[in-house]
Design a protein around this ligand. Sequence first.
Ligand code: UDP
Ligand code: MG
Length: 149
Amino acid sequence: MKKSNVEKTFAMIKPDGVRRGLVGEIIKRYEQKGLRIVAAKLIQADRETAEQHYSELKSRSFFNELIDYITSGPMMVMILEGENAIKMVRMINGPTHIEEALPGTIRGDFATSTAHNIVHGSDSYENAQREIKLWFPELEENQLKLSVL
Ligand code: UDP
Ligand code: MG
């Protein structure tokens, strides 16, 4: 039998998701696939944190607009835990580009453009660790190792 791979990932409901009242709908979709909320809070990001979060995209033409969007209102940031959580969240979210996001995914059902696409999920183990530390600096390393905070 395949070894289990319970892991943590970072997800966020971007300002358009919060503004449109989709927090409950989105969290329901994560929970119904077996992901567990380990930590969550509603925050408005400052530009510096938003730029750090998306530092890999700094050279892209849409970078400034992306930072404007992400800082435009409160976001729900969260740590989710479960079997293959990193891949699972990105599957539930759906692909980046709007024309590829099929109905049944969060982006397929709710995104209005590739830019304004409701949700974020970490794309690798390294980025999940980095993003958890960036958005939850108050959590200690040893707290994060426990499955129940
Ligand atoms: N984005 C955009 N235009 C693009 C590609 C991405 O405005 O052509 C925005 C979009 O909000 C996306 C974010 O930049 O979610 C980060 O891009 P990434 O390629 O990391 O996509 P994701 O991991 O969110 O699917
Ligand atoms: Mg990404």
